[in-house]
Design a binder for this molecule. Structure first.
Ligand code: PGA
Ligand code: ZN
Length: 426
C-alpha cells in the first residue's frame, strides 16, 4: 500500500474572517488529501485547544503560525513514511507526542488537520468515498439511513448582537423523506419565516451561522411560535413533517462562570429575568407541551452537572437532551454524562475532540447506548470542509446540525445530497 510522502499546512481564513488551518497530505502514490479545521464562538471550556499565536501584531493574536510550525517540525516528521491507512495508529502517535489532556502543547487544530487530511488521502488512495472509508476503518455498521437536517433558522446568544439569549432555534426534519426533500422542505420554511419576520418588523439579516438574527425579538419564546407558523405557511405539519430543536448554549448566559454551580444564576437579558437553575428548568418546562420539539441542547451550563438530570427527568422521554459544551466530544466526559443520566444524546464536533479517531470513539459510545449522535458545524470559524457530513453518514447519525445560508454552511447540505445521489446510483 502507500506511505505518506509529504505534509504541508497553511493559514487560511475561516467564516468569521480570522485564520484557520488547512492541511494537505500526499502519499507516495501521488494521492492527495486536504482538510481544513473549524472552531467555535461559544466553545466549551474542556474542548481540545485551538492553538493560536497570541502575537497581537498579526490577526489580533489569532494567527496559526505556531500550529503550522508544530505540524512542520513535530507532527509531519512523525507521520511521514507511515502507511496512510494506519489512521488509528497515526492519531495515537500524534496524541502521544502532544502528551497533554487537551492537546495544549501541539494544538488540537494542528493534530486534527493532519488527522482529517490523512483520512482523505487514504480514502483517495483506496478509491473510496470518505464515508465508506471511515466505515471500513472504524468497523461501523452500514446503514442505508442518511442523517436528517437540523437547520438553524434563528440565532442569538454569542452568534449575534442583541437577539435572543438562547443561541439556536432550529427546524429538524421528521419522517422518511429523502435528504434532498428534507433540504427543500427546510429551505421553504426558511423563506416562509423570512416573510413572518418582515411582518413583525424584524430584520432578516443573518448572523454567524447564516440564520436570521433580528434585533429586538420580544422574548425567547417568540421564535418558537414564528417557527411553527412558518412550517404551517410553507405547507408542512408541525410535529409530523418537522419540529423544533433548540440549543440554548446556556453557559453563555450564566452570570458567573466561576461561581459554585449550585448557585448558578442565568441572565435572560431579553426578558430582564435572572433565574436559578431550578427556575430556568421551570421556565423551559412550560414550553414542552406547547411546541413540537425534536431535541433540546445545552439548556443548562456546562458547569451545572447537578441540574442536567433534573431537566432530563422533566423532559421525561418526550425528546432527547443533547450535550454539547457539557461533553465536548470527549469519550470519558460523555461516559460520565451517561452514567449520571445528565443527557441522552450528543453533539459531535471534530475540533472539540481534536482527532478523527477520538471523534468516532465518542460516536461509538453513543451508538452502543442507543443514543443519538448529531455532528455539527461550528459557529464562529467554519470552513468549506465537509468532513462532518461524511462522518455523520459513516456513523449513521440521526441529524446533522448546520446553518441554512452562506457558502461554508450550504456546502454541508450539498455534500449530503451528493452522497444520496451516489448511494442511489450504486
Ligand atoms: P459554536 O456554536 O460552534 O460557536 O460553539 C455551535 C453550537 O453551540 O452548537
Ligand atoms: Zn451547542
Amino acid at each position: 500500500m502507500a506511505k505518506i510522502k509529504k505534509i504541508t499546512a497553511s493559514e487560511i481564513l475561516a467564516s468569521g474572517g480570522a485564520p484557520s488551518l488547512e492541511v494537505t497530505v500526499m502519499t507516495e502514490g501521488g494521492f492527495v488529501g486536504e482538510a481544513s479545521v473549524s472552531y467555535g464562538a461559544s466553545a466549551g471550556t474542556r474542548e481540545a485547544t485551538v492553538l493560536l499565536d497570541g502575537d497581537r501584531t498579526r490577526y489580533n493574536g489569532k494567527g496559526m503560525l505556531m500550529a503550522i510550525k508544530n505540524i512542520n517540525d513535530i507532527l509531519a516528521p512523525a507521520v511521514v513514511g507511515v502507511e496512510v491507512t494506519s489512521q488509528i495508529e497515526i492519531d495515537e502517535k500524534m496524541i502521544a507526542l502532544d502528551g497533554t489532556e487537551n492537546k495544549a502543547k501541539l494544538g488540537g487544530n494542528a493534530i486534527l488537520g493532519v488527522s482529517m487530511a490523512v483520512a482523505r488521502a487514504a480514502a483517495a488512495e483506496k478509491k473510496m468515498e470518505l464515508y465508506e472509508y471511515l466505515r471500513e476503518t472504524y468497523d461501523l455498521e452500514r446503514t442505508s439511513r442518511l442523517p436528517k437536517p437540523m437547520i438553524v433558522m434563528i440565532e442569538g446568544g454569542k452568534h449575534a448582537d442583541k437577539t435572543t439569549d438562547l443561541q439556536e432555534f432550529c427546524v429538524s426534519a421528521l419522517g422518511d423523506r429523502t435528504a434532498a426533500e428534507n433540504v427543500r422542505m427546510e429551505m421553504e420554511i426558511y423563506e416562509a419565516l423570512k416573510k413572518i419576520l418582515k411582518r413583525e418588523k424584524l430584520s432578516t439579516n443573518v448572523g454567524n451561522e447564516g440564520a436570521f438574527a433580528p434585533n429586538g425579538i420580544p422574548s425567547n419564546e417568540a421564535p418558537l411560535s414564528y417557527l411553527v407558523e412558518a412550517m404551517t405557511v410553507a405547507g408542512y405539519a408541525p410535529g409530523v413533517d418537522c419540529g423544533i430543536s433548540l440549543d440554548a448554549a446556556a453557559s453563555e448566559f450564566l452570570v458567573d462562570k466561576n461561581a459554585d454551580p449550585k448557585n448558578s444564576i442565568y441572565d435572560l437579558r431579553v426578558e430582564n429575568k435572572k433565574l436559578t437553575s431550578e427556575e430556568l428548568i421551570e421556565y423551559y418546562a412550560q414550553w414542552i407541551e406547547k411546541y413540537p420539539f425534536v431535541s433540546w441542547e445545552d439548556m443548562l451550563s456546562e458547569f451545572d452537572w447537578e441540574s442536567w438530570p433534573k431537566l432530563l427527568n422533566k423532559i421525561n422521554g418526550k425528546f432527547p437532551l443533547i450535550a454539547d459544551d457539557l461533553t465536548v466530544t470527549n469519550k470519558n466526559i460523555w461516559q460520565e454524562a451517561i452514567d449520571k443520566k445528565a443527557a441522552n444524546a450528543i453533539l459531535i464536533k471534530l475540533n472539540q475532540a481534536g482527532s478523527v479517531s477520538e471523534t468516532i470513539d465518542c460516536c461509538k459510545l453513543a451508538i452502543e447506548n442507543g443514543m443519538w449522535t448529531v455532528p455539527s458545524h461550528r459557529g464562529g470559524g467554519e470552513t468549506n470542509d465537509t468532513f462532518m457530513v461524511d462522518l455523520a453518514v459513516a456513523v449513521g447519525a440521526e441529524y446533522i446540525k448546520c446553518g441554512p445560508t452562506r457558502g461554508e454552511r450550504v456546502c454541508k447540505y450539498n455534500r449530503l445530497m451528493k452522497i444520496e445521489d451516489q448511494i442511489k446510483v450504486k
